[in-house]
Write a protein that binds this ligand. Structure first.
Ligand SMILES: *Cc1c(COP(=O)(O)O)cnc(C)c1O
Length: 410
């Protein structure tokens, strides 16, 4: 019989006795300290370890940027700011948190379609680099720069003529709201050259949640080729090249952690040629979930245990209103389970097959469907792992008017 695929083991969380440990604190003790369930807990030492491991693997000259939309919790942002080389933001709200955390504006870039004039002006005033998503945005930022008497720092976000294969989310190639189509970039570069704009370089982000090194390598190579080709039309030397990221983490049964070595080897091989073609360039990658996703857990409490026609349900106080992604409603085509652990009876026997659901009156409110867990009773804690990215901030908190979760950094 074929063995059922399993979740990859957690990279950072251990079980001691019967308790899931969160940064050296047993889950049950942490819940008491936090004072409520549900809550998200992020482990700062796990984040540090992830950034440092990545840095040791990648070529030294690659800058590591944090894509803040993965997790904008201010304390986490302040922590990661001391470990990464820069930030990529996608709203004025994120800009405020990054600046509050002490991030150097020169190391922040601002992407995202539909930036308002107010957002563009704020970015220009702060001196951060704006990744232009359209010709219209270029015109508007130019006018704003003239009005403020500040020379805007701009990069062109390119919608490439290729896509990142095998990605959880494709964000480039074909018709997209993101970036300027590659074939239109030369004309925009000429326009920029005729204006008082500080041209910095290119932003080419092609996709997200990718676990296939060969797909990431192919996209990196195509990105370098495209950037070098476009640089021929640039008004000044390319000083900055953001090659995107897309590094995935294992969420579902059968998925394995990304093998970084071939990606790093390819970057090593390509960088000398890139430097020859673009002598002033600083190359950066931008990563969100890869830096923080595995460093977070979502903990909720069992409220009721019930059996319906032979199927056992653990009804918890947590659910899709706090953790949309784990419920399967954040871009999944076929619903699969995130890894879940009985956080306060982690090694209990005998295990039973249960479905973990939330308190919302909708069949979409599932945290884990038909999983084997140690015996659970009301008052016990259930942990959803791999929850450090796209959890709290990517969930519809107001749905069904339930209480908010809290977030802690331990
Ligand atoms: C969402 C996004 C990211 C982060 O993606 P992850 O999968 O979290 O690494 C990076 N860059 C851009 C432009 C994005 O839109």
């Amino acid at each position: 019989m074929k063995k059922k695929p399993e979740h990859a083991p957690s990279a950072y969380f251990n079980i001691v006795g019967n308790q899931l440990m969160v940064g050296d604190i047993p889950a049950g003790v942490l819940a008491t300290q936090v004072g409520q369930t549900p809550f998200y807990a992020y482990d700062r030492s796990a984040i540090t370890a992830r950034v440092e491991t990545l840095r040791a693997r990648l070529p030294d000259e690659i800058g590591i940027h944090y894509a803040m939309k993965a997790n904008p919790m201010p304390a986490l942002v302040a922590h990661i700011a001391t470990h990464v080389d820069g930030f990529d933001i996608a709203s004025h709200g994120e800009m405020t948190v990054a600046l509050d955390a002490g991030v150097d504006p020169a190391e922040i870039s601002f992407a995202g379609p539909g930036k308002s004039d107010r957002e563009l002006a704020a970015a220009v005033a702060a001196g951060i680099t704006v990744n232009l998503e359209s010709e219209g945005e270029a015109r508007r930022i130019h006018e704003i720069g003239e009005r403020l008497g500040i020379r805007p720092r701009v990069a062109v976000r390119v919608n490439p003529d290729f896509e990142l294969k095998a990605s959880g989310m494709k964000m480039a190639g074909g018709a997209k709201p993101f970036g300027v189509d590659a074939e239109r970039v030369p004309a925009l570069l000429e326009w920029i050259g005729e204006r008082d704009l500080h041209f910095r370089g290119f932003h080419i982000f092609s996709g997200s949640q990718n676990l296939k090194p060969e797909a990431l390598i192919e996209a990196n190579n195509q990105t370098f080729d495209l950037a070098i080709r476009l640089a021929a039309s640039a008004p000044s030397p390319v000083e900055w090249l953001n090659i995107g990221g897309g590094y995935g983490i294992p969420y579902f049964p059968g998925e394995k952690p990304l093998d970084l070595q071939p990606i790093a080897d390819n970057l090593d091989a390509r960088l000398p040629g890139v430097r020859e073609a673009l002598p002033e360039v600083e190359v950066v990658i931008e990563l969100g979930r890869y830096l923080v996703g595995e460093a977070g857990v979502y903990l909720c409490e069992v409220i009721d245990k019930k059996v319906s026609r032979g199927k056992t349900f653990l009804v918890t106080n947590g659910g899709l209103h706090h953790h949309l992604a784990a419920s399967g409603n954040f871009g999944q085509v076929i619903r699969k389970n995130y890894p879940v652990i009985h956080a306060t009876n982690a090694r209990g026997e005998p295990r039973e097959t249960v479905s973990v659901v939330g308190p919302l009156c909708t069949p979409l409110d599932i945290l884990a469907d038909n999983v084997e867990l140690p015996p659970a009773e009301p008052g016990d804690l259930i942990a959803v792992m791999q929850s450090g990215a796209y959890g709290f901030s990517a969930s519809p908190h107001r749905f069904l008017s339930q209480p908010l979760p809290v977030e802690v950094l331990v």
